[in-house]
Design a binder for this molecule. Structure first.
Ligand SMILES: [Zn+2]
Length: 253
């Protein structure tokens, strides 16, 4: 459910299909011809597919309250049967991705708690470096319809994963995670839950106001120095000092 959005441009499927001999083009059953319209979403999926709108919208209602934002537009949920279907239609080999700054996201899952977060955050708050951008998405990977509002990665609470990595001396350094290309060059199963724990901590312990302030001055391709400067302006403490406070928080978990 992760995406590597932001530094790879969205490419029309026809352009990719034409130069990738291993991938055949979309067939007639691939078109997202089925539609469901709700007050908050346009769902687009193929005729043989299903979308769990009740679970998805329960998460979305919770998310709007958690972030305190209003996108003022419907999000566009593009649902694919599987990775091969998504790849034929979009040219991307992934489980899902969002198109930053637009209402559109794409996923193979019948309900979503990650790509839609990207869509909502980049529409309303900003598009920060991957540590914060993936972090805010993973920090909201919950299932409110099932009564579960704990942020999880592959079923495990993100703070538990980060605490275990830190205790084992395997927590990536801030320097490694701070710039988006470096973030994505490391193992997804490490950097995504670590980022989710970090942002969950920031929002829970410091509140939404400084987080919103930081995002309003952040950019996905910011340098480490630019991110440290923007963080200090928003939080009034250095990023490095707050990172160490988060690790103390993990110790106490
Ligand atoms: Zn993501």
């Amino acid at each position: 459910m992760s995406s590597r959005m932001g530094w790879v441009p969205f490419v029309l499927s026809s352009a990719i299909a034409a130069c990738d001999a291993s991938t055949s083009g979309p067939g007639p059953n691939d078109q997202l011809s089925a539609r469901i319209e709700s007050p908050t979403h346009s769902y687009r999926f193929s005729a043989s597919d299903v979308v769990d709108t009740a679970t998805h919208e329960a998460h979305y209602r919770w998310l709007l309250g958690a972030l305190g934002v209003d996108p003022a537009v419907k999000l566009e949920y593009h649902k694919y049967r599987d990775r091969a279907h998504l790849q034929r239609m979009t040219g991307r080999a992934t489980n899902g991705f969002a198109e930053p700054g637009t209402p559109r996201f794409h996923t193979i899952w019948p309900w979503d708690n990650h790509e839609g977060v990207h869509a909502l955050v980049t529409l309303t708050l900003g598009h920060p470096p991957a540590l914060f951008n993936e972090g805010v998405a993973v920090a909201h990977q919950t299932n409110p319809r099932a009564g579960d509002t704990v942020a999880r990665w592959n079923g495990e609470p993100v703070h538990a994963i980060a605490a275990r990595l830190d205790a084992a001396g395997q927590l990536p350094t801030l320097a490694v995670l701070l710039e988006s290309p470096s973030f994505f060059s490391h193992a997804e199963g490490v950097v995504y839950p670590v980022a989710g724990s970090w942002v969950r901590y920031l929002i829970d312990e410091r509140g939404m106001a400084p987080f919103e302030s930081y995002l309003s001055n952040a950019s996905f391709n910011a340098s480490a120095a630019q991110t440290r400067s923007a963080f200090l302006t928003a939080y009034g403490v250095t990023l490095d000092a707050e990172w160490e406070r988060w690790r103390e928080f993990l110790d106490a978990q």
